[in-house]
Structure formats: C-alpha cells, structure tokens
Design a protein around this ligand. Structure first.
Ligand code: GLA
Length: 784
C-alpha cells in the first residue's frame, strides 16, 4: 500500500514500512525503513515528526544548500538519491557531465504519481505482477534534466523495488557517469554487511563486514555479475541470526558489471548504493533521450536471515521467474560433461542416455564437444552446426533417438563466444569484442562476441532458432565461459565505448527475449563457468542456473548455502557426480552427494554406462525419492537450521506451503572425536499440528569400519581383501532408526535428540554411524 500525506510518502508491505518526505528545498529525505509501524492516527493525520531530523544548524565546516535554506546541509541528510556538487560529499546516486563541462547536478522535486500497474523497463528485464507503484519526478532546472525515481511495492513478499530514469530535455548532450538503482541512507551504522564473494568452483562464499568509517565496495568488473561478487547483499545487526532480528536483503535485476557501496560518513550515517558499476561506464545521453537504471530489490524481515531469505525466495518465484517453467517441476537430468568431456559420439551418448532412462532420468543433455571441430577448448565457438564425425545423423538424429527412449533432449551452447579458430571468425572478425589492430587477452582460448552489435544479435537469433527448431530441442544449457578484457565494441563509435559493456548486456537480453518468445517451452539453464552470472537479470530468462562447476558435496553445501540467502532452491542446478570428485579429488558418499543435490534442481553428471548395478540401483532409488518430494525440494519454504560456517555441520529444511510435509537434512564435514551429540533442529512447522518424523531404513556397508570388523568377526579379515569385499556384499548392517510423533511446537522448540554418533567407545543398533561427509534426511508428515 502506498500513501501520500502532505509531503510524506508511506510505502507499506505486510510487515515493513518505508517512509520519506520531500523537504522544503525539494530534496527527498529518507525517514525510515524497517518493521511496520503506524504513522497515521484514526483521522488519517500524519504522526511522523518524531522520525524527522531537525536540520537546525550546519554542522562544522559543512556547506549550506542555498540562501533560502541556510541550515540545510546535504552532507548530513538521509536522502533518497544524491548528486555531486551541492555539498553531499558521499558516493552519489547520479553523476553527470553537462554540456558546459560542469559536474554539478541539483535535482529537486517536481511531481509524484501513484500507479496501480508495473511499468516495464525498455531495454532491461524487470519484475512483474501485482503491485502498486510510486513515480517521483525531480528536475535539474539549470540543465533541463528530469530524474524519475520509481518505487514498486510487493506487499505479500515484503519487497519494495526501485529504479531510476534520467531524461534529457535540454538541447545538449549529457555524459552519464553513473545512474544507480537504489540508495538507502540510514541514521545508524552499527550494521554487519554480508557480501557473497567467491571464485570459480567456490561461488557465494559468505563474507561478513562490520561497517565502520569509509566505503566498502562490492563490485564486478568482469562484464558479468560474476562469482567474485554477487549483486545480492544483506544488512543485519550484530545479534541478527537465522531466526531473529532485523535483516535486510538487496539485489539487482542486472547481469553485467554492478557495484554496491556501503559508506559510513563522518556523522555515523550509512549510505547503501546499488546499480551498474560506474567503473568504465559512460553513457552519452542525447537531447530528447532517456536512460534507465536496472531495477533494484529490497526486502526487510524481523525474523532474521531465514525470514529475509523467504521474502526474497517468494519474490523471485512469483515476480522474477516467468514463462512456462516458472512454477513447473523441473526434470531430473543427466549431463554428459563430467562423463565424457569433449570425447562424445552419438553411440556413446545414446548408451549413457539408455542407462539413465533405466535409472529414472527424464532429460538427457549433450554438453560441449558436439559442433564444428570442437575436440578441446581451442576452437569452433560460433560454428553452431554438428560435427558429422561425432553426430553422423546430426543434432536431429541424436535428439530423435533420445526422444524414442521416452526422454527429453537438451543441448549445450555458448552463443556469446567466438573462437579465433572458427569459421565464423574467418567470416566476421569484426564480430568479436576486441580493439581493432591491438593485441587481445583471451580467456579459455576464446573471445566474446559483440552482443552490442544488432547484426550479431539478429544472426544469433536466426541461427539458434533454426538449430533449436530442427533439432527438436527441449532444454538448453546456455554457457558463458570467460570474463571481459579489452572491452570494446567494434560496432560503436569511439565516443560511445563507455557503453560497450552495458550494451553487451542489453543486446544479450534482446536475443534472449526473442528466443524465449519463440520457444516458450524450452527449459533454459544459465551457466557461466558455473555461477559466474547468477543474478536476477539472468533469472528473468532462465528459470534455473548451473550453480557451480564444483560438484564436490562438501563444497556444494557451502555454495548452495550461500545462494540460499538470496535465491530459491528451484533456481539452483545441482548435480550428483562421480568420486573422486573432479574438482577436489575428494571422496564423499553417494548418499550425501544426492542429499545435497536434492535441495535444488537435481541432475546427474557421471558416466551411467560405467556404473555397477549396485550404484545404479541406489541412484534409481534416489531419483524415485526426489520425484516423490520434488515439489518440496524445488518450491518448498527453505530454512537454514545449522550453518557449516559455524561448526562444520549444516542443517537444511524444506516445508510444504500447507506445512503438512517437510524434509530436513543434516550434513557433517569432519568427525569430532568423542562427540556423540546430535540434535535435529526444525523450523517452519505448524506449531499446533502433530507430526510423524522418521528416516528411511538404510543399510551400512561394513567396509566403513575397515579392520575394526575383526572386533566382531570370528575369523580374521584383512582390510580391503577379497574376503572383506565378499563379506560386505552379503552382510549388510541396519542403519539407525529415528521415529517420533510430536507436536510442531515441541519439534521446533526442543528439536529431536538423535541417536548418538559413533565415537569409538560402545556400539549398538542405536549408533549413528556418521563418518566424515555423512548426511541424513528426515521426513515429516502431519498426522490427523
Ligand atoms: C563450462 C561449464 C561446464 C561445461 C563446460 C563445457 O565450464 O560450466 O559445466 O559445460 O563449460 O565446456
């Protein structure tokens, strides 16, 4: 709900309030963002004086805004946006160079309008759906410019979005050095800022920063949103935990270079900014034209980081994901990459797919290596036609065979790239993003295609459309495997090169928009060397993203925990792969690899035709289980109950919307000797409902005990010997059993005291054999 009373604007969601007023000088002063509060009395009178700073005199050596407002110092004000040159020395929201060379801007209030429908952005994707909006217009009279701030309120998710548009009504050109999307100024600064800074194979590492004087920058300069600094960030107090305390979350609907600034100024006030990274950016705004900043997303919860995450999850599921697959259960897939890398052929793929079909796989994905002369990563990107040696009957041939097995067929593509060793490059060297005549720094032996060039966009739309149509393709893994260097678009004039990285992103969005409309039922999964472009812009097109090239279960617990703060489970592609793991050489149990990947959109990525029957049987059971609970794993409410970052143990839980079903998971990294403890924490249940909690019966492989087996064996058995293996085949021990009936409140307040962990002394059927990297799933059902 949005209300305007006098000069004050109140934006309300179910549980939060956001308030600002327009000062006499025309500047918008931020008053409050947080827990919902009452501001109007029974007669609708505004009671907000208590929230307003008094601005009675100028602090120290600061400047007065103007002669009429000799006590107004912009440097000490909480503003909804700020610019350079009129006394606010903090990071600005908008930074311009005018025709006369001046860098000072001064926008003041002109008008406002409350709207009942979302206005979409022109070149950028944005959220959609039922919401109420507020458009506030400010003008810089000296330069005849207009700045429009838009706010949209999504009440039921406790989300408010913001964006900005700059309109040039003057006759001069304006150089836009930055136009951010969101500014949030606060009175205090005793906050912990959490950013998610990772790397290839180590995405979304959680970094906590105690804010202090100065500016902390979370930014990407890679051309993509990047795994080094995800645009999703959080703010909380020292005492905020997963379940309690104030927690704010912020994100940006954009897939290119972004920056988030957290600044604490000399008066202890915090400023948070988020938007397109100003580094390397400059946009020439011609007379009569406008420039839009991407949409920023903000949420607040008083129920800790879990509460904040659930707001974000709801928002992403209802207002970002779109199209046919947005709320559909995603198929369980088998991907050929770790099974065969570039060494694929129709017969090999078919064999794998057939084994996959037996195990319950629904979608087979032919990864890299199928096109041009692609036998390694040194060539052929751009040559999107089948290699006839590997696929004698083309894409259609393998696609038909997979369809005949009763499975869906998917393909890997990396359309944003061009190899210098490709037919496409020979024909169109000017289609690569490179500085003509200058040496170029390549990544993975490839260059980036000039997405800013409309001719390239049209070519890709046509080529890919034909490929997808003729190949009868059901799924696309859309990859993007390098970051930008030598940023330059040969299709733009010299004075517009500051727009190259931005126009690359809008060009990409145009191509994707066309393809989504032409192939609404194809499931697109985003990928950028794993999670190098995991953001809300990408999710407007691709309902799921390959979260990381790292499929090691321990690393995945960390990575998926990181994503879970800002992104719902259905958006995370998660695969079970072989061991030793290809990224870490670590060996983890198959059950754990599954338990972790199940909390996402599940896939497998290993050679099914090489697996023994025991392993295949286990996988078959896993897939069956996943399908039974798929709705929960992909769309349930997700809770973090224990953090791997705190004590090496992770706890995850999904609960159905009606709270009648839930699945909890525990994971342990390394065993702590003589520590039997284990209390299962549960969240999100109906406190008054009675639940049955249990684990599924399972068998232990006696080889887990090594030569400890001799403690009970009547004959001596050598560890790893033939006899040991034979024994393991025929003697299976029962795993511990957990079975309880309890009320929701008892489960959430007291948890479940689990069977004691194995700890060397004593062993019986109550022992939870839980070596390194073990995990368990627990199921809950409401009983009448
Ligand atoms: C990237 C992806 C992988 C795989 C390879 C193929 O690294 O992240 O999953 O598709 O490309 O070259």
């Amino acid at each position: 709900m949005i209300k305007q009373v006098d000069n004050t604007y109140i934006l309300e969601t179910n549980n939060s309030s956001y308030v600002f007023r327009v000062l006499e000088s025309g500047h918008p002063e931020h008053l409050y963002y947080g827990k919902k509060m009452r501001l109007l009395d029974s007669k609708g009178q505004l009671l907000s004086d208590n929230l307003c700073e008094k601005h009675a005199f100028i602090p120290g050596n600061n400047n007065a805004y103007d002669k009429e407002h000799m006590t107004y110092t912009l440097n000490d004000m909480r503003l909804e946006f700020s610019s350079n040159g009129k006394g606010d020395n903090r990071q600005p929201f908008v930074e311009l160079i005018h025709g006369d060379g001046s860098r000072t801007s001064d926008f003041v209030f002109e008008k406002s309008e409350i709207v009942s429908e979302k206005r979409l952005l022109k070149d950028l994707p944005s959220s959609y759906g039922e919401c109420q909006g507020l458009i506030v217009t400010f003008v810089d009279k000296s330069y005849n410019l207009e700045l429009e701030l838009s706010y949209y309120v999504f009440e039921e998710c406790d989300v408010i979005t913001r964006s900005a548009r700059l309109i040039n009504n003057s006759d001069d050109k304006v150089r836009v050095l930055r136009l951010m999307s969101m500014q949030l100024d606060g009175y205090d600064s005793d906050y912990i800022l959490t950013t998610f800074n990772g790397a290839w194979a180590r995405e979304m590492e959680i970094c906590k920063h105690q804010l202090t004087r100065g500016t902390l920058i979370n930014e990407s300069f890679a051309g993509v949103s990047s795994s080094t600094a995800n645009p999703f960030i959080m703010l909380g107090k020292k005492d905020t935990n997963e379940d309690m305390g104030p927690a704010y979350g912020f994100n940006l609907v954009y897939s290119g270079n972004h920056a988030e600034y957290a600044e604490v100024n000399e008066f202890g006030k915090i400023r948070l900014l988020s938007g397109i990274n100003p580094r390397g950016f400059e946009y020439s705004l011609e007379s009569g034209c406008s420039f839009e900043a991407p949409e920023a997303v903000m949420t607040y919860s008083y129920n800790g980081y879990n509460g904040m995450s659930q707001n974000m999850h709801q928002f992403v599921k209802k207002h970002i994901l779109r199209g046919y697959w947005a709320d559909k259960e995603r198929p369980v897939l088998l991907n050929s990459w770790e099974a065969a890398y570039f060494n694929i052929s129709e017969s090999k793929l078919f064999k794998m797919a057939r084994a996959g079909k037996e195990a319950g796989i629904e979608l087979f994905v032919m990864d890299d290596g199928w096109f041009g002369e692609r036998n390694d990563d040194t060539s052929s990107l751009g040559d999107w036609y089948p290699n006839k040696k590997k696929l004698p009957s083309g894409v259609k041939g393998i696609s038909d065979k997979i369809h005949d097995l009763g499975m869906k067929f998917g393909i890997w593509l990396e359309p944003e790239m061009i190899s210098s060793n490709s037919e496409l490059y020979k024909k169109h060297p000017d289609w690569a993003m490179q500085i003509p005549g200058k040496p170029h720094s390549e990544g993975r032996n490839q260059m980036i295609i000039d997405m800013a060039n409309r001719e390239v966009q049209d070519y890709l739309i046509e080529t890919l459309s034909n490929l997808l149509r003729e190949g009868n393709v059901d799924y696309v893994k859309w990859d993007m495997n390098r970051t930008m260097t030598d940023v330059y678009s040969p299709s733009l004039p010299a004075e517009r090169q500051g727009e190259a990285a931005y126009k690359y992103v809008t060009g990409l969005y145009r191509v994707l928009d066309h393809l989504m409309k032409a192939f609404p039922e194809i499931l697109f999964e985003g990928c950028a060397s794993g999670g190098n472009r995991f953001d809300l812009g990408t999710l407007c097109f691709f309902p799921q993203i390959w979260a990381s090239d790292d499929t090691d279960a321990l690393e995945r617990v960390k990575i998926q925990t990181g994503y879970s703060y800002g992104y719902p489970l259905c958006t995370m592609g998660a695969h079970v792969s072989g061991v030793p793991n290809h990224q870490t050489l670590r060996i983890t149990p198959l059950s754990t690899r599954f338990n972790v990947a199940a909390y996402g959109s599940l896939g497998y990525e290993c050679n099914f035709s090489d697996l023994d029957s025991g392993t295949l049987d286990e996988i078959k059971e896993q897939i069956l289980l996943y399908k039974t609970y798929r709705q929960l794993f992909q769309y349930g409410s997700f809770y973090r109950t224990d953090s791997i970052y705190d004590n090496g143990e992770a706890g995850w839980m999904v609960v159905s919307e009606d709270r009648t079903k839930a699945v909890a998971m525990t994971f342990q990294s390394l065993v702590r000797p003589n520590d039997q403890r284990g209390r299962l924490k549960l969240r999100g249940l109906d406190k008054d409902a009675l639940y049955h909690l249990y684990n599924l019966p399972f068998k232990l492989d006696i080889r887990i005990f090594g030569d400890l087996v001799n403690a009970v064996s009547p004959v001596h058995i050598k560890n790893g010997s033939f006899a040991h293996n034979m024994l393991a085949k025929f003697v299976k021990m029962d795993g511990e059993k957990e079975d309880y009936k309890a009320y929701g409140d008892s489960l959430m307040e007291g948890g479940v005291m689990l069977s004691p962990k194995f700890s060397a002394t004593g062993f019986n059927d109550k022992t939870r054999v839980y070596p390194d990297f073990s995990s368990r799933m627990y199921f809950l059902e409401k009983v009448d």
